[in-house]
Design a protein around this ligand. Structure first.
Ligand code: SAH
Length: 221
């Protein structure tokens, strides 16, 4: 366990334990595993929670009743988004703490991330500046709308759960691109899906697993 003074110096062993748990659970993409090794997950939560940041099963509160997904779900969604041709321009809905964004920033050229809660967006922006992350553009808005000025995207990742597949997001995805998102009711579990957009605008669906995300709310704050 770490005391408050120790959190700046999480031992490499703790990170390696997380990486081997992720591998045991089936994560294979070495670039994804390496990004998860490099990005300091404990810096995306309150200091008091830093000692729990590398437990691969722990969902962490990030304030404003929102949560940072456990590291396995982050790894699974990232691996799924990157399977096939590596996307260059990715839209993320639900910046939250900025952890998922920071992982993507190591793997993809340009990230566009949308958050509806200003305080979370600002805190994530400060973290990106502190960490020297420069390939992320941020916007405060309702993610259901996507980011029309920057569309189309090679990939889209949604880290809050809509009740159905948001039509505008599918429109802003390139043909052949992937959208990874949880879909389902506000209460209970949602289906984590990997959708690949087809020529005719429809999509092929792959079920990844059942998950529990915070709901994707309508409207900006
Ligand atoms: N990817 C985040 C997880 C954040 S939890 C991380 O790594 O920390 C989900 C986030 O989605 C919350 O911050 C929540 O405020 C945001 N959210 C919910 N509904 C939204 C919407 N309609 N548009 C944009 N962001 C939304």
């Amino acid at each position: 366990m770490y005391s408050k003074q120790d959190v700046g110096a999480i031992s490499p062993r703790v990170k390696e334990q997380m990486i081997s748990c992720l591998q045991d659970k089936g994560i294979k993409d070495l670039a994804v595993l390496n990004a998860m090794r490099i990005v300091p997950r404990h810096k995306f939560v309150d200091e008091a929670l830093a000692h729990r940041a590398y437990d691969e099963k722990t969902v962490l509160p990030i304030g404003h009743k929102q949560t940072l997904s456990d590291s396995y779900v982050v790894a699974l969604m990232t691996e799924s988004l990157l399977s096939g041709e590596t996307p260059k321009r990715v839209l993320e809905i639900g910046t939250g703490s900025g952890y998922q964004t920071a992982i993507l920033a190591k793997l993809v050229s340009n990230i566009y991330t949308v958050e509806r809660i200003e305080a979370l967006s600002e805190r994530a922006r400060d973290r990106f500046i502190t960490m020297g992350i420069t390939n992320v553009e941020m916007k405060l808005d309702d993610g259901h709308l996507g980011w029309i000025d920057k569309a189309p995207f090679d990939g889209i990742i949604v880290t809050a759960a809509p009740t159905g597949i948001p039509a505008l997001l599918m429109e802003q995805l390139k043909v052949g691109g992937k959208m990874v998102l949880p879909v389902g009711p506000e209460l209970g579990e949602q289906q984590l899906l990997e959708l690949t957009k087809l020529e005719d605008g429809s999509y092929k669906e792959k079920f990844l697993e059942m998950t529990k995300f915070v709901p994707m709310r309508a409207g900006s704050q």
